[in-house]
Ligand binder design. Structure first.
Ligand code: FES
Ligand code: FES
Length: 156
């Protein structure tokens, strides 16, 4: 398959990848860039485990080909922490409420939550539920995740 050089940023760092244009962003992140925080669940755009942000919008990395992110700003769960030993307030809130259990959905939930918080919408329960509607969780019953996002939305 013909390889093309694509240039974009991941968590603020410039990236240059020579890959077939239809390579899944999920595979480029996990296999080419060793960013394994982004998870694969269904591989079909149904579960949200692979959610990342592209130019601030939540996308399923299992459905997006690398050619579509050429020139874009990609954000993954690895970019949330504020330092090697410092989680973001959003991640801390997930820990505090028990919003992360088995953890498979957690990176995608965090990215959907990040986009929601960045939008600055009123963090009502309904709005939070809508923001994470594309992200499935088998463990938590969602309540603890919603609590975590609401907690992170409150001023410190
Ligand atoms: S792995 Fe991408 S939506 Fe499920
Ligand atoms: S914490 Fe297990 S699927 Fe959500």
């Amino acid at each position: 398959m013909t390889e093309v050089v694509y240039r974009f940023t991941v968590n603020g760092q410039p990236v240059e990848l020579a890959v077939p244009g239809m390579r899944r962003l999920l595979d480029a992140l996990r296999e080419d860039l060793a960013l394994t925080g982004t998870k694969e669940g269904c591989g079909e755009g149904e579960c949200g485990a692979c959610s990342v942000l592209v130019d601030g919008a939540v996308v399923d990395a299992c459905l997006v080909p690398v050619c579509q992110v050429d020139g874009s700003d990609v954000r993954t769960v690895e970019g949330l922490a504020t330092g090697p030993e410092a989680l973001s307030p959003l991640q801390e809130a997930f820990l505090e409420t028990g919003g992360a259990q088995c953890g498979i959905c957690t990176p995608g939930m965090l990215m959907a939550a990040r986009a929601f918080l960045d939008d600055g919408a009123e963090p009502t329960e309904d709005a939070i539920r809508e923001a994470i509607a594309g992200n499935l969780c088998r463990c938590t019953g969602y309540t603890k995740i919603i609590d975590a996002i609401a907690m992170a939305a409150r001023p410190a």
